[in-house]
Design a protein around this ligand. Structure first.
Ligand code: NAP
Length: 345
């Protein structure tokens, strides 16, 4: 820890991965303002650091905002980043494993390369960086590893298994690590992030491995519209930074917090309900048809489609024609609005 020359107070140092955008960017700005020495680790520091300096007002030679190149899928980049971090701040007081990627697609659809990238980004890369930094943190006898996990990793979420599985694995290796390093005075915090308004929840920020005309088309259709509805409630990334600042006060050997009302609610449900109960709850929430209903290629109708069939049976033809026109106009308006939201994201 370095002392502030004016106040004589000790400056705490923090490494944040994926600091160029989204939650990592908002957290870096906030922690800099809170007086931390921030090591912002990112794939392209030239572009990212300029934005961070602009947002914080930090000068190019400010030793409280340091950029480090880091690509979590590249072993040489991880080793060089660990060296640069230790040269800059010594043993960091906290390391926030925030960098992440997302993807959509059923297990049958998702490419195996995608599984590899997910595990490289959320498991192998963060583990390698942690391994490289632990000797100095252990020698210092203090430090916190913070894992930015996800509601999707609390239990397997359909339509995004590589993300769910790798975020779940992130939680598990963190739990193992906590017990191993706590005798040396170190600790681990898992943050279960809810939905925040960043690139990762947009179409452009997500790898799309879905086959929209394939056997899972019916599931994609409902999951897509419900997912887009949920995204409307995404919170600004600065609210995530509030949760991180609070979590950095943790000093127990292991802590797990939901960040955001949706994540906190999910944690409560997952404590109360059995595993099959949680399975059915998420199936219902995502509009996935009951077991066996698509056997033999049957394509069950959505609620809205069933209502249309019923209306066609009971309504006179002119009323039905009018209803169809209204429905088509609403669908076109909704599609245009969705398109607008994506273009703004
Ligand atoms: N936003 C949400 O709703 C939400 C919900 C739950 C969990 N999370 C988690 O929160 C974390 C931050 O996500 P976000 O919402 O801020 O998403 P984001 O805006 O897409 O930012 C992701 C960041 O991760 C970096 N990154 C990706 N692959 C990397 C790699 N191989 N090496 C180094 N950095 C890499 C990106 O770097 P580049 O800028 O170079 O691409 C980017 O800075 C992720 O772990 C995500 O899973 C987010």
């Amino acid at each position: 820890m370095r002392r502030d020359e004016c106040s004589g107070e000790e400056r705490r140092s923090i490494v944040i991965t994926g600091a160029a955008r989204g939650l990592g960017f908002a957290s870096s700005v906030r922690l800099y303002r809170e007086g931390w020495r921030v090591v912002a680790a990112m794939r392209t520091p030239d572009a990212g650091m300029a934005l961070l300096r602009e947002a914080t007002g930090a000068g190019e030679h400010d030793d409280r905002l340091i950029g480090v190149q880091l690509d979590l899928t590249d072993g040489a980049s991880i080793a060089a980043a660990a060296k640069a971090i230790e040269e800059a701040v010594g043993a960091p007081n906290a390391v926030v494993h925030n960098a992440g990627i997302s993807a959509a697609g059923m297990v049958e659809e998702a490419d195996l390369d995608l599984w590899q990238r997910m595990f490289a980004t959320h498991v192998m890369g963060p583990v390698a960086l942690t391994k490289a930094l632990l000797p100095s943190m252990r020698a210092a006898g203090r430090g916190r590893i913070v894992l930015v996990c996800s509601s999707a990793g609390v239990r397997g979420q359909p339509g995004t298994a590589p993300y769910s599985a790798s975020k779940g694995a992130m939680e598990r290796w963190g739990e193992s690590l906590a017990a191993e390093i706590s005798p040396f005075g170190l600790g681990v915090t898992s943050l279960i992030a809810g939905t925040y308004d960043t690139d990762i929840i947009t179409d452009v920020g997500t790898t799309d491995d879905r086959d929209l005309a394939g056997p899972y088309a019916r599931l994609h259709q409902t999951m897509n519209s419900r997912g887009r509805f949920a995204i409307k409630f995404a919170r600004p990334p600065e609210r995530f930074a509030d949760g991180l600042v609070k979590a950095l006060e943790d000093n127990g050997s292991f802590r797990r917090h939901g960040v955001g009302p949706d994540a906190s609610m999910l944690l409560v449900f997952s404590r109360i309900l059995s595993s099959p109960g949680m399975h059915h709850l998420s199936r219902l929430a995502l509009g996935i048809p009951r077991q066996g209903s698509m056997r033999g290629g049957a394509f069950p109708l959505t609620g809205a489609q069933k209502a249309m069939v019923l209306a066609a049976k009971v309504l006179p033809q002119p009323a039905m024609k009018r209803l169809v026109e209204v429905a088509m106009r609403r669908a076109a308006t909704k599609e245009a609005a969705d398109q607008g939201t994506q273009n703004h994201a």
